[in-house]
Design a protein around this ligand. Structure first.
Ligand code: UT7
Length: 324
C-alpha cells in the first residue's frame, strides 16, 4: 500500500504583531441626523457610537486591507517575504470573484501566497485566526497574515436609519507564526443557520437585519462561547485581562462582560469599547480594537485577551490570545 508523507508543524503559534487602518473621513451622529430621522442621543444610548469612519468612493476594501497588513507586518518586525499565506476575512467584496486575498498579497509583496477570503461575517476574524493557527500547526503554512477588512458603506442603504448609523469601514490585521509557548488558544466556533433570515444581503443589495432578534441572540448565546474558548484554553474567567467582543453594539459588549464577571471575571478586566469611535466594522472590529488598545497603552504585551466574534450566518467564534 502506498503511504503518503505528511507534514507536521510546530505545536504552538502566537500573534506576532497587529495593525489596522481606518479611512480619514469621520462621520458624526449629527451629520447622519441631517439625512435620516435619528438623533445623536438615540445612537449614543442605544448603540454607543459617537462617530465612525466612512471610506471615500474610490477607496476600496483591498486598499484598506493592504495598509492594515503592512502595519501588522511592521509591528511584528516580519518581512512580507517571510509570509506564505494571506487570509482576508470579509463579507463586503463588491463581487465574489476575484477574491481580495490574492490582490492584497500581491500588493503587500507576499509572492505566490496561498490566498483566500473567508466569509463568516462579523465572526470572520476569529475564524481566520483559528484557521491560520491550525495551518501553521499542521505544517501547511509558515507565517500567515490574517486581515479582516470591510467596506460596509457599499452595502448599506445610506438613509436606512436601522443600519446606516451602525456600520462603518476599516481593516484590522494580525501576523501569526510559530511559537515556543502557546499564544493562541483553540478556537470555539459554531453557527445557527436556522436564524439565517435575521441578517442578510440579497443579490448584493443592502444589508437587512432584524435588530432586536440579533440583539437577543447575541446577549444570550455569545457569553457561553466565550466561556467555551476559556475552557478550551484551560483558563478561568478570572485569568482574562482584556475582553474584546465583536463591536456590534456597546450594550451587547457590556452584556457579555457582565456575564463573564458574574462567573468570576475581574472587575478590572478591560472591555473593548472601540465601537464608540469606529462603529461596527464587522470582521475588522476585533483586530482594530486590539490595535487601538495597544497603541493607547491600555493593553500590554503578555495580557490574556479573550476575543469573541458573532454575526450573519448566524456564525460565531472565539479564542484566547496572548497579546504580542
Ligand atoms: O454586527 C452583526 C451583528 N449585529 C448585531 O449584533 C446588531 C444587534 N442589534 C442591535 O444592536 C439593535 O437591535 C439595533 C441597534 C440594530 C437597534 O436598536 P434597538 O434598541 O433594538 O432599537 P429597535 O429596533 O427596537 O427600535 C426602537 C425604536 C423604534 O421606534 P418605536 O417603534 O419604539 O417608536 C424604532 O423605530 O427606535 C426607533 N429607531 C430609531 N430611532 C432613532 C430605530 N432606529 C432608530 C434610529 N434613530 N437610528
Amino acid at each position: 500500500m502506498t503511504t503518503l508523507r505528511l507534514k507536521q508543524g510546530p505545536a504552538a503559534t502566537r500573534v506576532l504583531g497587529v495593525g489596522s487602518y481606518q479611512p480619514e473621513r469621520r462621520v458624526t451622529n449629527d451629520e447622519l441626523s441631517k439625512i435620516m430621522e435619528t438623533t445623536d442621543q438615540w445612537i449614543r444610548d442605544r448603540v454607543g457610537i459617537i462617530e465612525r469612519r466612512f471610506a471615500e468612493k474610490d477607496e476600496l476594501l483591498v486598499d484598506m486591507a493592504v495598509t492594515a497588513g503592512h502595519n501588522a507586518l511592521a509591528d511584528a518586525g516580519v518581512e512580507a517575504s517571510e509570509v506564505d499565506t494571506v487570509i482576508v476575512p470579509n463579507c463586503t467584496m463588491p463581487s465574489p470573484i476575484p477574491n481580495a486575498a490574492a490582490q492584497v498579497a500581491d500588493r503587500i509583496g507576499v509572492k505566490a501566497a496561498g490566498a483566500f477570503d473567508l466569509n463568516a461575517a462579523c465572526a470572520g476574524f476569529c475564524y481566520g485566526l483559528g484557521v491560520a493557527s491550525d495551518l501553521i500547526r499542521s505544517g501547511s503554512a509558515g507565517k500567515v497574515l490574517v486581515i479582516g477588512a470591510e467596506k460596509l458603506t457599499d452595502v448599506v442603504d445610506p438613509v436606512d436609519r436601522a443600519n446606516a448609523i451602525i456600520f462603518a469601514d476599516g481593516a484590522g490585521a494580525a501576523v501569526v507564526g510559530p511559537s515556543d509557548e502557546p499564544g493562541i488558544g483553540p478556537v470555539a466556533w459554531g453557527s445557527a443557520g436556522d436564524l439565517v433570515d435575521t441578517i442578510y444581503m440579497r443579490e448584493h443589495r443592502f444589508i437587512y437585519q432584524e435588530g432586536q432578534s440579533v440583539f437577543r441572540w447575541a446577549t444570550t448565546q455569545i457569553a457561553p462561547i466565550a466561556f467555551r474558548a476559556l475552557e478550551l484554553a484551560g483558563l478561568e474567567p478570572s485569568d482574562v485581562d482584556v475582553l474584546i467582543p465583536h463591536q456590534a453594539n456597546l450594550r451587547i459588549v457590556e452584556a457579555i462582560a457582565k456575564k463573564l464577571r458574574a462567573k468570576g471575571a475581574r472587575e478590572d478586566m478591560l472591555v473593548a469599547d472601540d465601537i464608540r469611535y469606529s462603529g461596527n466594522t464587522s470582521s475588522a472590529s476585533i483586530p482594530m480594537a486590539l490595535d487601538h488598545m495597544r497603541k493607547a497603552g491600555t493593553v500590554k504585551s503578555g495580557d490574556v485577551v479573550l476575543m469573541v466574534g458573532f454575526g450573519a450566518g448566524l456564525s460565531y467564534a472565539g479564542q484566547v490570545v496572548i497579546c504580542p
